[in-house]
Design a protein around this ligand. Structure first.
Ligand code: ADP
Ligand code: MG
Length: 694
């Protein structure tokens, strides 16, 4: 049985992980590396040289001929440029070489990535620096070295650098709190993330026939098929053979790369699936999620499938998101969002919980912005995904506890209160406060928060930078208030109950999809930024800039650059979609409908000669003619609207949202009616039935 996969043996076999380093590096070099990683200090060049040599030997044994500094520019996907290990010996031959300098630093130039104005052309060169905290790996004949990407002037041009900064920051502030609870051991607190990834798979040949899918990743036209997802027969259903062999192949590739792919199943919509990895530290989780998305696409192609990561490939069935399960734990593995057994542990738990609640309430808009994209606009608030309003779901039991803490301060004298948070009297908090409220954007699920607003195609870096930073901010405030308190218990009691009181408006247990919630949220003063065009202009607010610069996550320029890039991306995406629609409507849909109408009329003519009734043809031809006339008008309006887009980015975004998108919807509606009237053999591309029920 040689084809049985030995998972423990292949797991991580293509990764230069800690075990491999321990095995292949001299003990002092390994320890020097370990020291740098745990203390965040710089790696001496002689150590880097030894690591580079060991990496090269290991990688070439795995068939690598090249190395690449792998980085995560602000496009949201990854970038790589490959150099071979060859070095001439002077006698017409080569040897394979790789130095510490080449490992640690690269100059990919890469001047064509969006920089949001951070790089003028005269200083366009970009640099990469090795991130020794995330493992190098071999893939497709190259040694991949995870790196940070920055400009000549040292400004971050990527998503990894600010993520690493936010990890350090939340760790620093969390450790301050732990010290107050008498924890002298913990050196680092680490955000952990498990990101559940949804995706669609379609047959490659059908996909190739649709310009909208090829250019924009989603269908811009398509009449509703007779069957949608109303029977719920796909969710967790039997996985078809072609898909399951894709999944098997995918898992194997991910495992080789040390990615903890754990769960796979069919999702709600036809052709929709999900992959969930086991959670890990957020830096690794972010690298892994990028690899998962990339390998899903490549692996699908091998199986004659196409993997769609778009947030809304099809109208009428669910779109795809990414659930970002986030928690904090100590370097010895203690989860700080786990309600404990003792009152002291519970007090600590409540401090972290209160800080989280305060941070989310205070920085709702910031969090909202991190998931604001053109693609995600189709999901958020569309009754299949969380609303655009941020709120936190805690579950009944935790809600009860929080309310009694708040009320305790109000109505019961602290001495008599049964719910003193102090270290002595606190009821045990039940552990299984699990949640099944799927309408909540941010749910507490026992020992972690599940942030459910992420789009399926986006990098998880942005939302996690925000979660780490707002948490650092609130923990810092708490630490400031508690350090040096005369009566720690009393001060803690006051702080937690006051915080909960001030921020309780963000807690909501009801149906997030309902109209009443929108009204109630407005009454509570919660923000409701319904679209990316509304959300993104709030991104670079003074309040957010103050937050991120104070914690050293971004400089003001770096942060503004992200804002510019997000705005531009939104505008460009809607523009491409609109132009694709005009193109398809004019060159494919209109001709098909006209052709069919023409043939109907020809048929009528010959029937009339034979004195045969042609009532059906006439009725159809008339409907089609009215439809093509209307289609023409809508093409013209959309074209006209595209000619009048304002130059300035914020005005352009609201123009796209208020004028262009409605014109796109009008055009689609008309085209879909024509599709439903036209003989299928005339229709220029596969229909929803063809695509979703292949
Ligand atoms: P769901 O009910 O949403 O499908 P699961 O129980 O399958 O949730 O878990 C979802 C994800 O949460 C998985 O990736 C899992 O590894 C991750 N997860 C579990 N515990 C934690 C934790 N403490 N911190 C972060 N992520 C976690
Ligand atoms: Mg989930």
């Amino acid at each position: 049985m040689s084809d049985v996969l030995n998972v423990p043996e292949i797991f991580g076999s293509d990764v230069f992980n800690e075990a491999t380093m321990k095995q292949r590096l001299p003990a002092d070099v390994y320890l020097a590396w370990k020291h740098c990683v745990t203390t965040g200090s710089q790696l001496p060049l002689d150590v880097a040289n030894e690591i580079a040599e060991a990496m090269k030997v290991w990688a070439t044994q795995k068939g690598a001929t090249h190395y690449t500094h792998w980085f995560q520019p602000m496009t949201g996907i990854t970038a790589e440029k490959h150099d071979s290990f060859i070095s001439p010996t002077g006698d017409g031959r080569v040897i394979m070489e790789f130095s510490g300098k080449e490992l640690v630093r690269g100059e990919p130039d890469a001047s064509s990535f969006p920089s949001g104005g951070l790089r003028a052309t005269f200083e366009a060169r970009g640099y990469t620096a090795w991130d020794p905290t995330s493992c190098a790996f071999v893939k497709d004949g190259s040694l991949y070295i995870p790196t940070c990407f920055f400009s000549y002037t040292g400004q971050s041009l990527d998503k990894k650098t600010p993520l690493l900064r936010s990890i350090d920051e939340v760790s620093r502030e969390a450790v301050r709190i732990l010290r107050l609870f008498g924890d002298e051991e913990t050196q680092r607190v680490i955000p952990s993330v498990g990101a559940e990834q949804e995706y669609f798979l379609l047959p490659k040949d059908l996909y190739a026939q649709r310009e909208d899918l090829r250019l924009t990743g989603r269908t811009l036209f398509g009449a509703q098929p007779p069957k949608g997802q109303e029977l719920d027969d796909h969710y967790f259903g039997t996985i078809r053979t072609r898909v399951s062999s894709f999944m098997k192949d995918l898992d194997e590739q991910l495992w080789r790369l040390g990615i903890l792919s754990k769960t796979k199943h069919n999702e709600g919509a036809p052709c929709q699936h999900e992959l969930a990895p086991i959670y890990t530290d957020v830096n690794t989780a972010c690298d892994a999620n990028q690899l998962i998305m990339e390998i899903m696409k490549k692996c699908a192609a091998k199986h004659n499938l196409v993997c769609l990561l778009h947030e809304k490939p099809f109208d009428g069935v669910n779109g795809s998101g990414k659930h970002n399960n986030w928690s904090l734990s100590t370097d010895s593995g203690k989860n700080l969002f786990s309600p404990g057994k003792t009152p002291s542990q519970n007090a600590r738990f409540l401090v972290f919980l209160a800080a989280f609640i305060a941070g989310v309430d205070e920085y709702q808009d910031f969090l909202r912005c991190t998931v604001a994209t053109a693609g995600n606009d189709h999901r958020l608030g569309a009754n299949e995904a969380p609303p655009a309003i941020i709120s936190i779901f805690l579950g009944d039991e935790l809600n009860g506890i929080i309310h009694s803490i708040i009320e305790g301060t109000n109505y019961i004298e602290p001495e008599k209160s049964m719910l003193r948070i102090g270290v002595d009297v606190l009821p045990a908090i039940p552990k299984d406060t699990t949640d099944r409220n799927r309408t909540s954007p941010l749910a507490f699920t026992g020992n972690k928060f599940e942030f459910r607003m992420l789009g399926s195609s986006q990098s998880i870096a942005g939302p996690n930078i925000a979660l780490n930073t707002i948490m650092a901010e609130e923990l810092a405030k708490f630490a400031d208030a508690l350090e040096g308190a005369k009566d720690f218990d009393a001060q803690l009691q006051k702080l937690v109950s006051q915080t909960l009181m001030e921020h309780k408006r963000i807690i909501f247990s009801g149906n997030g999809y309902s109209q009443e919630w929108k009204e109630e949220a407005a009454a509570r003063g919660l923000s409701n930024l319904a679209s990316a065009a509304e959300a993104l202009p709030t991104y670079a607010s003074d309040k957010n800039i103050d937050l991120v610069t104070r914690h050293g996550i971004f400089t003001e320029e770096e942060f503004r650059a992200r804002y510019v890039i997000h705005m531009e991306a939104y505008n460009k995406i809607v523009n491409i979609e609109a132009r694709t629609m005009v193109d398809m409507a004019l060159h494919q849909i209109m001709p098909a409908a006209l052709h069919y109408t023409h043939d109907l009329c020809r048929g009528m003519e010959s029937k009339q000669k034979m004195m045969v009734s042609s009532r059906a043809e006439k009725a159809l031809a008339e409907k089609l003619s009215a439809g093509t006339d209307a289609l023409y008008d809508h093409i013209e309006s959309l074209r006209f609207s595209l000619g009048a887009v304002p130059k300035e980015a914020v005005s352009a975004a609201s123009y796209y949202h208020d004028v262009v998108i409605p014109a796109m919807q009008d055009l689609r509606r008309e085209a879909d009616v024509l599709e439903s009237l036209t003989d299928k053999s005339y229709w220029p591309y596969p229909t929803y039935s063809d695509l979703l029920y292949y």
